[in-house]
Write a protein that binds this ligand. Structure first.
Ligand code: ZN
Length: 125
């Protein structure tokens, strides 16, 4: 299960990009806030860039944020996250659809051929 913390108040969120239900912070408005939100989430574990005990460390950081204290961020990791987000935003939507179409095209072609065969067999009956 994914865990993400609000970078301002420490409230748990479903996703790093979600608006905080407690304080209303929208991390999507500033790239640095979004990077910090991704940093303070277990989503980094999937990428293999977070330490193994990150879930436990997040619980400790949550208490710090809830007490109104600042938490330390690894600047190199924040810069890496910002770079990855910028790269992901540069991928044009057309390229995404091209990949989706390439993936599903063989299946759609098979369905069309089968449908055509059924249509022809019905005509010959
Ligand atoms: Zn918050």
């Amino acid at each position: 299960m994914s865990l993400s913390l609000c970078i301002r108040c420490g409230a748990p969120k479903a996703r790093p990009s979600s608006v905080c239900s407690r304080c209303g912070l929208d991390p999507r408005l500033r790239p640095i806030d979004l990077a910090k939100s991704i940093y303070l989430s277990t989503d980094r574990l999937d990428l293999g860039h977070a330490p193994g005990d990150w879930g436990t460390r997040l619980s400790m950081l949550k208490k710090e944020l809830e007490a109104g204290r600042d938490v330390p961020y690894d600047e190199d990791e924040l810069n890496r996250i910002i770079r990855l987000n910028a790269t992901a935003r540069r991928v044009p939507l057309r390229a995404v659809w091209a990949v989706v179409l390439r993936f599903f095209f063989p299946g759609l072609l098979l369905i069309a051929v089968l449908w055509g065969l059924v249509f022809l067999l019905r005509l010959l009956r």
